[in-house]
Design a protein around this ligand. Structure first.
Ligand SMILES: NC(=O)c1ccc[n+]([C@@H]2O[C@H](COP(=O)([O-])OP(=O)(O)OC[C@H]3O[C@@H](n4cnc5c(N)ncnc54)[C@H](OP(=O)(O)O)[C@@H]3O)[C@@H](O)[C@H]2O)c1
Length: 289
């Protein structure tokens, strides 16, 4: 059985879909419900058929011990496990879980944004490395799916307004992350390494907007606004301060120095990484196509 944390997130959902496709929808040894997903509750109804919901808050994970029995591998989203990660890993080791796959971030070794966010990922990596389990760390570039934040603007007009138009990253497609993660969960990647997963091409924000426009058959443009105006807009929408802190800090740094671009997805999967244009075509309906 595979136990997925952050199951309601972009990566968790795709990982569950891929695991469920194993052996015609069953799982290892063909049994049903070979995938279990941890949720605090509200996401339980949205889990795919065949996934067992394990309900509780991983920030205080003592309750989860019985559900770890029989799990062979664990996928960790540091956002979902928060300060409970160390205790969760100790419980997993005690219950005979063999492998752990951590979703970390490129900011650990390519600093961008406020140091406290990279420090959280670095701490999670240290815990996983010292867990006694076979481990894989996936350091992820910004997700292509982050562009969904522009969907309301694109559905209602041809201009996307944001800060730091020159900020450039190589956005990674969630399907590529999920394919690599599933290999790691199954044990078909050698344990131990740290893999830095990015998309194949560095793109600034204006180029990302243009590629979404191309997918929609529309001429979209990016208009740069002062960062403080974007921050105030986010707070006015009711977003917690952490969201603009996280976003604007890293965009400011990526405008000075682009995020990394690696060939790791292609090296691990034996085919080219999916492009941002691929992602935009696949998600065109979310932007009003
Ligand atoms: N987005 C990026 O560009 C990027 C880049 C690098 C790394 N990462 C990291 O990659 C990991 C995976 O991200 P993801 O977007 O696939 O999904 P995620 O943020 O890991 O998963 C979201 C799910 O986690 C659960 N959760 C449990 N406790 C939570 C809490 N205290 N706060 C928020 N959510 C909580 C929620 O499910 P329930 O409500 O069902 O409990 C929620 O649906 C994250 O750790 C993220 O930090 C993201």
């Amino acid at each position: 059985m595979y136990l997925i944390t952050g199951a309601g997130g972009v990566v968790g959902r795709r990982v569950m879909d891929l695991l469920l496709r194993e052996r015609g929808g069953g799982g290892e040894n063909g049994e049903k419900a070979a995938v279990a997903a941890v949720t605090r509750g509200p996401g339980a109804d949205a889990l795919p058929d065949g996934v067992r919901a394990v309900v509780g808050d991983l920030f205080h994970p003592g309750w989860i011990e019985p559900a770890l029995a029989g799990a062979r591998a664990l996928q960790i989203s540091p956002r979902a496990t928060g300060p409970g990660l160390g205790a969760l890993l100790r419980l997993a080791a005690g219950q005979g879980v063999r492998r752990v796959v951590l979703l970390s971030a490129t900011t650990v070794d390519h600093p961008a944004g406020e140091a406290r966010f990279a420090a959280q990922f670095r701490h999670a990596e240290d815990l996983v490395r010292n867990s006694g389990l076979d481990w894989t760390v996936l350091r992820l570039a910004d997700f292509a799916a982050n562009a969904l934040a522009w969907a309301p603007q694109i559905r209602s007009g041809d201009v996307v307004r944001g800060a730091y138009g020159r900020a450039a990253t190589s956005p990674v497609h969630e399907d590529d992350i999920a394919e690599v993660a599933v290999h790691a969960l199954r044990g078909t990647l050698p344990p131990g390494p740290v893999h830095t997963l990015t998309g194949p091409q560095s793109l600034d924000q204006a180029e990302k907007v243009r590629l979404i426009g191309a997918a929609l058959g529309r001429d979209l443009t990016f208009q740069e606004l002062p960062p403080e105006r974007i921050r105030q807009g986010m707070l006015a929408q009711g977003l917690p301060e952490e969201v603009p802190d996280r976003l604007l800090g890293s965009l400011a740094d990526y405008a000075r120095r682009p995020g990394p671009t690696t060939a790791t997805v292609a090296d691990l999967l034996g085919r080219p990484a999916r492009t941002f244009a691929d992602w935009a075509r696949a998600h065109a309906p979310a932007f009003g196509a």
